[in-house]
Write a protein of this length. Sequence first.
Length: 365
Amino acid sequence: MALQCGIVGLPNVGKSTLFNCLSNARAQAANFPFCTIEPNVGVITVPDERLNKLVEIDNPKRVVPTTIEIVDIAGLVKGASKGEGLGNKFLANIRNTNAIIHVLRCFENDNITHVDGSVDPVRDKGIIDTELQLKDLETIENRIGKCQKQATAGDKVAKRVYDILIRYKEALEQGLSARTVELTAEERKVVFDLNLLTDKPVLYVCNVEDGSAATGNRHTEAVKAAIANEHAEMLIVAASAEADIAELESYEERQMFLEDMGLKESGVSRLIKAAYRLLDLQTFFTTGADESRAWTFRRGMKAPETAGVIHSDFERGFIRAEVIKYDDYVALGSERACREVGKIGIEGKEYVVEDGDIMHFLFNV
């Protein structure tokens, strides 16, 4: 399931430092591998304590975690929407992603130059928002010109699309992102192909100095206030400290470092989990003596679709699914014990798979 989060931000905000820390994310939980598809695309293991617990129970020969792809997109600059610098290429890279991780500089450091001469994350956010909004406005205006003629001629679908385009246009002209426009699920289907930059889910990552990693600072408070009306999550991370953590050899050393900073979990680990949620992804498991494995599925998928995540034949020939709830499996300690006390549910084609379900699919092709 190749869904991607793109990391964006102005130059010198710590974006690439964070990406490099993510490349060492194997150190945050079990020692699973990291690999690179291209120089700026990483396949990142998603830390999941539940998988570690299943491994403890079943002691399998093989362990396979779930992953997401993170894309390091070069720093945007003013004028990107008009093609300034490599603006068109950067914007195309963002368009190809499914969600955005927007890194904001929330630390003071005279040795690291800010492109605008001072640290102001809200201003920086506005610069990138404006560039993305201007590009979206261009997209909307181009589509309105085509759609208006069809709507005037009586095309009912075109009329619906036109009405939604006008709502988007009004928001963008007010300096608001497309994601602030409330649409029904049916309306979203109608304009899905627009693929607007500012309609993508976004996670704001405030990069702070080490001492503010646990509590934040005045800059992070300003960002929190600025995004209050957006459908967005905010995360506080100290990228320089994360780089130091990535250099430590043992799990114990890393935990001591985090405790000294007042943290229970590394920023990188929290960032990966947040990115996973941002993509609206969840996890189901298969486990046994041969393999314990985490599988990625989109929230709301039914049993046959999730079976198809394993293999298309599973979906095509789906008969039923045997489902064990994670908490039951951990409490009872094995599939056999769950079966003996009736803790295995038999589910059909309409079953909506839940996060953490342990699945066994029956199929026939």
